[in-house]
Design a protein around this ligand. Sequence first.
Ligand SMILES: Nc1ncnc2c1ncn2[C@@H]1O[C@H](COP(=O)(O)OP(=O)(O)O)[C@@H](O)[C@H]1O
Ligand SMILES: [Mg+2]
Length: 224
Amino acid sequence: MRKIMVANPKGGSGKSSLAIHLASWFAQNGNPVCLGDLDRQQSSRQWLAQRPLSLRPIKPWDIDETLQEPAPAGCAIAIIDTPAGLHGKSLKRLLAEVDRVVVPVTPSRFDMLASSDFFDELAQIKAVRKERVGVAIVGMRVDLRTQASQQLLEFLQQFELPLVTCIRHAQRYVQAVESGSTLFDSNETAAQDRRQWQPLLEWLQKPCSTAQRLATPEIRRVQR
Ligand SMILES: Nc1ncnc2c1ncn2[C@@H]1O[C@H](COP(=O)(O)OP(=O)(O)O)[C@@H](O)[C@H]1O
Ligand SMILES: [Mg+2]
């Protein structure tokens, strides 16, 4: 089973939103997928409990930090949501178990400061250095017309980790989540929104080493 973890030390950076969108995208594409939630707030878990039975199924996976609990039968992919403040031994232990880490970052000074230490910590972990675990960054709630978003892009350039895409700020993200669904569960989702997710979905499906070397400049094209 492939395990994709969503992590960022800062609360409100979009971890749960990213985790549930990934889970529902895989479900929509016919992949047997489960969703584990390590955060005590259990946002993803609660979202899953509200998910209408008419939508493609996502199974809950009851986990702790060891990720050793048996996954629901037949699942090929697991998405793992994590709490704010993840670092040190807990982070290392999880990295020994997962295949990919996706890090959402918003264009906020506080988010960037918190992420900076996290990126440095990630870069020092052997599994990341050796490219056994692929790490990618996703800009969340980004509007490239704003100065804050441009500052985010500049800030991210100092790290070797690839920024694979930026997701815009839109009320529809908030509304979909309230009803146990995501943008991927709706036929009415704007093509622009689907386009913004596409590079991340492609990155997740590529072999790890090539996936790591994706370049940042693609972002500007994606946003147009
Ligand atoms: N692209 C987006 N547009 C608008 N609001 C968003 C978007 N992504 C996330 N949000 C909102 O931002 C808030 C924080 O996101 P959340 O996923 O709960 O972060 P975390 O899990 O890191 O604490 C939530 O209210 C969520 O609905
Ligand atoms: Mg959360």
